[in-house]
Design a protein around this ligand. Structure first.
Ligand code: NAD
Length: 496
């Protein structure tokens, strides 16, 4: 039986990873510089992590390039690649508790979530792409008497993967597993707030038999190490999850360097629509609360705009507030906690700033609205609900990336669907109705990469994930993600 004391003891016993992984070795940055890694649960120093710069990125890219060109991974028999990837999954399972603990310490996520979701999900993703890698077939062209043509998928080369802090190991695996399965080399940069699970993954990959140089991990700041990867002339592709402003910069860096390809998974302001004929208001309320309060609202697909038919608005709001009360801020290392700390003091202040703006713009604060557990020194914001949020207001338009829900009533399906599309984003959406025609109409008309009917976040690794509009382009998950890390080559043989 695990307990807070168990995880605190374990945290004191394990060594917290702090070195970059370049060419198969755990190393300090060349300059020797480090940065402070602060714990979101108490504001104290956790460890000091290698602050990599352009020189470290050059070394990582050179190692990745060499590994790619000498084909040490790409040309391994697919059965061997598969065996190594499965071995890595087994090692992650062996060290699941440690990985989950590193993730909670770094990010402030509840240990029960990192143990039950983040790490198991990363393992499932790895196994999915390990299973997929020998199902990649090319195409044979139309037959003619004098020619035989075929098309093959070839790995792209060196992939620069730049990651956010909200689901570090889970999202890292969405990039690393398909890129590896396709035979590429990788230079991975975790977010500076959450480096540790990626560094542990790098160690385990070497133990599993992923050859040196194939998975390199550089830690440090986006404006230095991230930028150096993005501008590098020898990186063939950037795969990114993070904010819109950084996504825009990556496109510029790609244009200013070698026209590397770019795949962007950006933010959202996802609508969750409750029509009056919702089949189960209690279930919808539970999903609406989960949709915004899970992971402290630090979720790119958070259902941050709740659009409710005015006829059921009052009844639904009562159910929603009851469901919201199930999310109780607590110590992330306490196994009962289901709502942890914001990832950093800066993110906490950003969220509190949005709350003040919403008040000043006239939204009705109905639940929460404050920092809590301040005595712990940690960065906690309580679940917060605003009602009667005006469609054009800041809270309706901008991504908060925290536990703040904007409720807006509507009168007709036309109005609801218009409101749903009334932001620059298009990542996820949810619709609750018993009318199959309305459900289909909503699925057709909502401009978003994900539409969940009578549920929330109901797909898994088997279905593509990504945005429309300014939520980005390119897809993670599914076989589509595998092909993203490949180029298509046409070969034609003239028969003489
Ligand atoms: P961020 O964009 O600030 O940082 C993401 C990564 O980019 C980090 O590793 C950072 O170091 C790096 N970076 C920063 N500046 C850089 C630069 N100039 N050049 C290269 N790299 C740079 O995002 P964040 O704060 O870590 O994450 C929160 C954002 O991510 C939110 O907007 C959220 O919606 C989005 N997000 C999207 C998804 C998705 O799948 N669509 C998933 C999770 C998070």
């Amino acid at each position: 039986m695990t307990s807070l004391a168990h995880f605190e003891t374990l945290a004191g016993r394990i060594s917290l990873p702090s070195h970059a992984v370049i060419d198969g070795k755990g190393i300090a940055s060349r300059s020797g510089a480090t940065f402070d890694n602060i714990s979101p649960r108490n504001g104290r120093l956790l460890n000091k992590i290698a602050l990599c710069d352009e020189h470290d990125v050059d070394a990582a890219v050179a190692a990745a390039r060499k590994a790619f060109e000498d084909r040490r991974w790409r040309d391994l028999h697919y059965r061997d690649k598969k065996r190594i990837m499965f071995k890595l999954a087994d090692l992650m399972e062996r060290d699941l508790e440690e990985l989950a603990l590193l993730e909670s310490l770094d990010s402030g996520k509840p240990i029960r979530d990192t143990t039950a979701f983040d790490v198991p999900s990363a393992i499932r993703t790895l196994r999915y792409y390990a299973e997929a890698l020998d199902k990649v077939h090319g195409e044979v062209g139309p037959e003619t008497a004098d020619r035989f043509s075929y098309a093959v998928h070839e790995p792209l080369g060196v992939i620069g993967a730049i990651m956010p802090w909200n689901f570090p190991i889970h999202l890292t695996m969405w990039k690393v597993a398909p890129a590896l399965a396709m035979g590429n080399s990788i230079v991975l940069k975790p977010a500076e707030l959450t480096s540790m699970s990626a560094l542990k993954l790098g160690e385990l990959a070497l133990e599993a038999g992923v050859p040196a140089g194939v998975l390199n991990i550089v830690t440090g700041k986006g404006s230095i190490a991230g930028k150096a990867i993005a501008l590098h002339m020898d990186v063939d592709m950037l795969t990114f999850t993070g904010s819109g402003p950084v996504g825009r910069m990556l496109m510029k860096y790609a244009a200013d360097s070698n026209l590397k390809r770019v795949s962007l998974e950006l933010g959202g302001k996802s609508p969750h629509i409750i029509f009056a004929d919702c089949p189960d208001l209690d279930a919808a309320a539970a999903h609406a609360a989960f949709g915004i309060f899970y992971n402290q609202g630090e979720v790119c697909t958070a259902g941050s705009r709740l659009l409710v038919d005015a006829r059921v608005h009052d009844a639904f709001l009562l159910k929603l507030l009851a469901a919201a009360k199930a999310f109780v801020p607590g110590d992330p290392l306490e196994p009962k906690t289901n709502f942890g700390a914001m990832v950093s003091e800066g993110q906490m202040k950003t969220v509190l700033g949005y709350i003040e703006t919403a008040k000043s713009e006239g939204a009705a604060l109905t639940l929460g609205g404050s920092r809590v557990r301040g005595d712990s020194g940690g960065f906690f914001v309580e679940p917060t609900v605003f009602d009667d949020v005006a469609p054009g207001s800041t809270l309706s338009q901008q991504e908060v990336f925290g536990p703040v829900l904007a409720v807006t009533p509507f009168k007709t399906p036309d109005e609801a669907l218009k409101l749903a599309n009334d932001t620059v984003f298009g990542l996820a959406s949810g619709v609750w109705t018993s009318d199959i025609s309305l459900a289909h109409r909503a699925a057709r008309e909502i401009k978003a990469g994900l539409v969940w009917i009578n549920g929330w976040d109901s797909c898994d690794i088997t279905m593509p994930f990504g945005g429309f509009k300014q939520s980005g382009f390119g897809r993670d998950r599914s076989m589509h993600a595998l092909y993203k890390y490949a180029d298509l080559k046409s070969v034609s043989i003239t028969i003489r």
